[in-house]
Ligand binder design. Structure first.
Ligand code: HEM
Length: 511
């Protein structure tokens, strides 16, 4: 008798009927739930695939198993069912650029949808705060820190980091080895935000290879955030000892190591043991310590705020810069027109104009707008909940308390507003209707929960692109559109897993 037969013989007929009863009970419960969700649920009348209305596992399959692909499935649903769709048992998604600002309006007291945002245990910080009022208090600390005048005061520091970045371009010119700008830009944006947080000069620009690890780390963070949404227990890895996490999963080991390093840095900064930068500026840490408006000044909250700012500030701007580099170099007309404008505006490369002056350059800014549109770094669907009144859209009334989401990527790829949306065309932003068009450019979101780092990000993009495309002659090295086009979306857009990033050959330094 083999082991299975032995085990079966150990189960008595009474056990078997109990098991059958249990299974039947589960089946009845599941069928009842499916029938309720399809026919009696408050969202039952909304269009959408039946399978998505019945079970959240449909989204789990596309986002976890297929790694961040639900965004594409949702787009297909809109093509089939129209602008309003029930995308899972509990949530409605709307695809209508004209409704974007109305829905995310600052005048509405919308809440964030906790299931969607509590992905990495960051509920006590600005990004994850669910309640409108609590968030308003918390984020008010940041208003001054990220206001335009603070960014202008920080400009010398950004220029300093760009100067360090240029060393990698100079090295590449000298050695003839191609430069991976996807890695190099992560070094720039990470070191910049590290300094802004108040953790002194970041280490990445000193060792461009670290950008490679950072990019790999960022991919793991974003993919794990989706995993943690569907399987919340994975977020608890952070409370385990590092050696155990690394044993269980090398990917989570990388996350844990990063978290431990940041925790150590924040603790040092809070205790005043980190040297200040060359140019004094306000920092997130100095703004938050002892500030009652935040609601919690516990170290854990400060660490989580730092984690969010570092994550939000590094990868998205790094992504915008790599996409801009690709699209500029991929089209000779674009690169020569940009070069012409920069040569005129910056006669002496050692004497860079100020940020406000560079903001006046029409073509450069059109390139940045078009990059933010076509790359849409924040391609997540950002759901909100209206707890006071139903949301009315084109004759549909979405019940109070229902999570509703819209997607920046859908808006930026709307064919009627942006004809041939997959084509990179800075001229879109130079026509007579460019002001009208800007209404539909929402890379940083809209309303009270929109990006707080917009001014910093734009400053980094303007200063970096102006410097690099004025200072060097470059061409793409073994890089195709696949290296910048969104293959999946996990909070932010990701290219295919196999993409090594955007690489350039540096041919000449221009004086
Ligand atoms: C191209 C670059 C960037 C893009 C496309 C981008 C996009 C966005 C978007 C769409 C949101 C809204 C998310 C939501 O509705 O839940 C957001 C929020 C946020 N972003 Fe950015 N961002 C960028 C750069 C930055 C930078 C440089 C920082 C750091 C200073 C930053 C920090 C944040 C934070 C802290 C939030 C949460 C705001 C809140 O809930 O109050 N972002 N970002």
């Amino acid at each position: 008798m083999d082991k299975i037969q032995l085990a079966m013989s150990a189960i008595s007929p009474c056990d078997t009927s109990l098991l059958a009863l249990g299974l039947a009970g589960v089946l009845v419960w599941l069928s009842g739930l499916a029938i309720y969700r399809l026919y009696f649920h408050p969202l039952a009348k909304f269009p959408g695939p039946k399978i998505a209305a019945v079970t959240l596992w449909y989204e789990t399959y596309h986002d976890v198993w297929c790694r961040g692909k639900y965004v594409h499935r949702v787009k297909e649903m809109h093509e089939q069912y129209g602008p309003i769709v029930r995308i899972n048992p509990h949530e409605i998604h709307i695809d209508d650029p004209d409704f974007y600002h109305e829905f995310y309006s600052s005048s509405k007291k919308l809440k964030k949808y906790p299931w969607y945002y509590k992905v990495s245990g960051v509920s006590d910080v600005s990004f994850g705060t669910e309640d409108h009022e609590a968030h308003r208090q918390r984020v008010s600390i940041y208003r001054n820190l990220f206001a335009l005048r603070s960014i202008y005061a920080f400009e010398p520091n950004i220029k300093l980091y760009i100067k360090k970045l240029c060393r990698s371009f100079d090295d590449s010119l000298t050695t003839g080895a191609p430069l991976n700008v996807s890695h190099a830009f992560r070094c720039l944006t990470s070191d910049t935000i590290t300094s802004y947080i108040g953790l002194g000069h970041g280490p990445l620009l000193e060792d461009a290879d670290l950008g490679k690890s950072y990019r790999a780390y960022a991919r793991i963070v974003t993919e794990s955030s989706v995993l943690a949404r569907h399987f919340p227990f994975v977020a608890y890895f952070q409370y385990l000892p590092s050696w155990l996490v690394t044993r269980l999963s090398s990917r989570f080991g990388i996350l844990k190591a990063h978290l431990d390093r940041l925790t150590q840095q924040v603790n040092l900064a809070c205790d005043g043991q980190i040297e200040r930068d060359d140019t004094p500026h306000s920092t997130m840490i100095s703004g938050i310590i002892g500030n009652e408006k935040h609601g919690t000044t516990a170290r854990k909250a400060i660490i989580e705020e730092a984690l969010i700012l570092e994550g939000g500030g590094t990868d998205s701007t790094g992504q915008a810069l790599e996409a801009a580099t690709f699209y500029i170099l991929n089209d000779p007309k674009v690169s020569s027109q940009l070069r012409e404008e920069l040569l005129q505006a910056i006669p002496d490369i050692n004497n860079m104009p100020t940020l406000p002056k560079l903001r006046e350059l029409k073509y450069l800014n059109a390139v940045i707008n078009e990059t933010l549109r076509i790359s849409s770094p924040a391609s997540s669907r950002f759901p909100r909940v209206n707890d006071s009144v139903p949301t009315v859209y084109k004759g549909w009334s979405v019940p109070v308390g229902t999570p509703i989401s819209m997607n920046i990527w859908n808006t930026h790829y709307n064919q009627e507003i942006f004809p041939e949306p997959t084509q990179f065309r800075p001229e879109r932003w130079l026509g007579a209707n460019s002001r009208e068009l800007e209404k539909y450019l929402v890379p940083f979101g809209s309303g009270s929960r929109m990006c707080i780092g917009q001014n910093l990000s734009i400053a980094e993009q303007v200063l970096t692109l102006a410097t690099l495309f004025r200072a060097y002659d470059m061409s793409l090295f073994e890089t195709t559109k696949n290296d910048v086009v969104m293959a999946s979306s996990c909070m932010i857009s990701l290219p295919g897993d196999e993409s090594p990033g955007v690489r350039v050959s540096v041919q000449k330094a221009l004086h």
